[in-house]
Design a protein. Sequence first.
Length: 229
Amino acid sequence: MAPFQKTISIETAIADVQDGSVLMFGGFGGVGTPPSLIEAILDSGVTDLTVICNDAGFPEIGVGPLIVNQRVKTLIASHIGSNPVAGKQMTDGTLEVQFSPQGTLAERIRAGGSGLGGILTDVGIDNQMVCEEKDIVSVAGKRYLVEEALTADFAFINAQIADEFGNLTYNKTARNMNPLMAMAARRTFAEAERIVPMGEISEEMIVTPGVFVEGVVRSEGVKWKWAWE
């Protein structure tokens, strides 16, 4: 593939995902999540995945189908309340859930993409449950928890527009954690609503530079179905 032509098939984008892979998915309640890539990963049959994302999605939206079909072994997220199946799996002991406050989660991902070992935060410092098994340090007389950085084997993200080199723009709040995850994974693949020739996106509009993106796939869209429907 030419270095300035990164448009690939969905099958190529997920070809190297294996049982036990660590995956990051952008999105907030399904908005900004790459639906076509998630569907392809589900169809591939891989299992025992560690998934890092903002939330558990809905049963049929976002990362929800991966959880419902028991493909996820460990979930690192800020909340799971929108997906009752995730809650049941957690209480049944079939899904390990590691909760991280939303801002802390974003910073841990950012740290991973910046090559840092972790971050310092005082969120949860007075909560014994949160502090268990975490290091505590003092800086300038204030106590902080040490939160490890997060990285992944693959990041699968969603963009509104991509060019053929992988430069990305996002649609308002659908941006969410996608740009952070693009930098924090060993390999990043973007699903885009539109793919345009290189040069058509103004450099002032580019949020994620193509240097962080290995491949771009064209989105096949998504049919929304809320949990309460």
